[in-house]
Ligand binder design. Sequence first.
Ligand code: GDP
Length: 300
Amino acid sequence: DAGLSKSRNGFGARLNKFLANFRHVDEDFFEDLEDMMIESDVGYDMAMKLSDSLREEVKLQNAKSKQDVSNVIIQKMVELYDEAGENEQTGINFAKSGPTVIMFVGVNGAGKTTTIGKMAARFKKQGKKVLLAAADTFRAGATEQLDVWAKRDGVDIVTGPENGDPAAVVFDGVKKAKEEDYDILFVDTAGRLQNKVNLMNELAKMKRILTREIPDAPHEVLLVLDATTGQNALNQAKLFKESTDVTGIVLTKLDGTARGGIVLAIRNELHLPVKFVGLGEKVDDLQEFNASEFVYGLFK
Ligand code: GDP
């Protein structure tokens, strides 16, 4: 868990340092808290919501000691995270029967291929029959990179020619998954944000093909975001959310950021659940996300 504790360290270390200097609750306390939150990528809006609700709750509970105040901060962070959600489903939404189809979207470099590789290994280990569809046909080397993961994980893969129609790969993938009784189909896609209309059409076409073969597919559309890109990640996410029905977030590279507060900003601005976090480049560096564990961890 070195990765997550590192990301906790950045945000958590700031929080703990802030609390170490605690004397009493006054206006300066709240202002310093707001500054600290914003520096940690919590986002302006979330920082203000937090400090407003803390002001109320501290008064209500008559919290005076450092311990009381810490408890109120934990309570309010978890509450605000939960309140910001539309979709309370944690973990993967599996198909009732037949293959579960999980589409991955996100810009190049966000960590889609790596996340698929990690997740495929995890489900393979659980005894599931896993198929990958390399539908990112535009990025040079994307198919080869996914193929390396497939070999390493010992799972099957469907590929197409470079610059070929990604929807054709999706078609081959979903047919194979159905005919050969796979449990899970992972679909890697190209994240070309340069042209939103193209992206929308491409994603819509893929979804149409999936739905024709399996009526309730895709069961998940996971948006992969690079935590180190801060506000940029949020802006990309908004575009993807407008382009397709995203069901959850995978936040990668939390090991590489000192500002784990982005978790709260994403939740507040996108109202989507963070389902998994990436904590490194290796196969085991993927964790299911749990908000209260994350928040409690910040105060360790
Ligand atoms: P894609 O273009 O979205 O498919 O992105 P890739 O999967 O190719 O990832 C881009 C780079 O980020 C690669 O060098 C990965 O090893 C790296 N990467 C992906 N996830 C993580 C993570 O959670 N932590 C770290 N440190 N690196 C990651």
